[in-house]
Ligand binder design. Structure first.
Ligand SMILES: Cc1ncc(C[n+]2csc(CCOP(=O)(O)OP(=O)(O)O)c2C)c(N)n1
Ligand code: SF4
Length: 255
């Protein structure tokens, strides 16, 4: 038996076929790479790579479309749902993915987010909540926790002057049109698996033309949180999950 065969036999996990064999630019311990991987696995399993278009945000995932073997484009900061809406309406048979961070989706893009959800666009929104603006160096985001120190809240977020964290799933759950809303996390293996199930469900909804699906993923940003990667997973579990409870808020695909 050659050493190559032995290596193949021991392989228990591989890069999704829908992703390029290349290094990504994310920091060690960042959640974006894990989320990309889960998305790639879902796309492989559903066999939709040739038919999928990824709309990338402005933020750390700005080059996400480079990692997937599929069509993609970049949207101006916050405008991912508007660009995704346009693409989907022109190409209703394409699978359109809207990938966004919390600064992108809930700050500058709040209006686009709410109106795309309210219209029930048949797109899949993947919302990466890391409680800060990662790419620009860790400023406060709408999801920053009370008391959390960021570059723009060096003494901690003060709710009397900076308001409270915005809970995207709960907000979108007030609207009639969305068919699927779930909050997941990638801080450990069981939750990474649940994230994959939610992403797959959200993609299946679009394939079946059921309507708008929203998957929020709590994600580590150890670099801007000022932590080692392992401590980032602990901080997410102990501090973020109590503020952003995990779970499914709506699943009309199951009805
Ligand atoms: C119109 C506009 N305003 C501001 C910026 C600067 N900017 C680039 S990325 C970013 C924040 C990204 O944070 P987030 O959306 O939370 O994504 P993350 O990097 O954390 O994944 C900002 C403010 C910009 N590019 N365009
Ligand atoms: S700054 Fe944060 S979100 Fe951006 S790549 Fe690094 S760990 Fe990930």
């Amino acid at each position: 038996m050659s050493s190559n065969t032995r290596i193949k036999e021991q392989l228990i996990m591989k890069r999704p076929d829908s992703m390029f064999e290349m290094k990504n630019h994310y920091c060690p311990g960042c959640g974006h790479g894990i989320i990309h991987n889960m998305l790639g696995e879902c796309i492989d399993e559903l066999g939709v790579q040739e038919n999928t278009i990824l709309v990338a945000p402005v933020g750390c995932a700005v080059m996400a479309f480079l990692y997937f073997k599929m069509d993609g484009c970049e949207a101006p900061h916050g405008r991912v749902p508007a660009v995704a809406t346009g693409i989907k309406r022109v190409h209703p048979d394409k699978i359109v993915l809207a990938y966004q961070g919390d600064g992108d989706l809930l700050a500058i893009g709040m209006a686009e987010t709410i109106h795309a959800a309210n219209r029930g666009e048949n797109i899949t929104v993947i919302f990466v909540n890391n409680a800060n603006y990662g790419m620009t160096g860790g400023q406060m985001a709408p999801t920053t926790l009370p008391g959390q120190r960021t570059k723009t809240t060096p003494k901690g977020r003060n709710t009397s002057t900076e308001g409270f964290p915005i809970k995207a799933c709960e907000l979108i759950n007030t609207l009639e049109a969305p068919v699927f809303i779930e909050r997941c996390s990638v801080h450990n293996v069981p939750n990474i698996r649940k994230t994959k199930r939610a992403l797959k469900k959200a993609l299946e909804n679009q394939i079946e033309k059921r309507g708008y699906s929203f998957v929020e993923v709590l994600s580590m940003c150890p670099t801007n949180w000022g932590m080692q990667p392992v401590d980032g997973t602990k901080w997410l579990e102990e501090s973020m999950i109590p503020a952003f409870p995990l779970g499914n808020f709506r699943d009309r695909g199951a009805e």
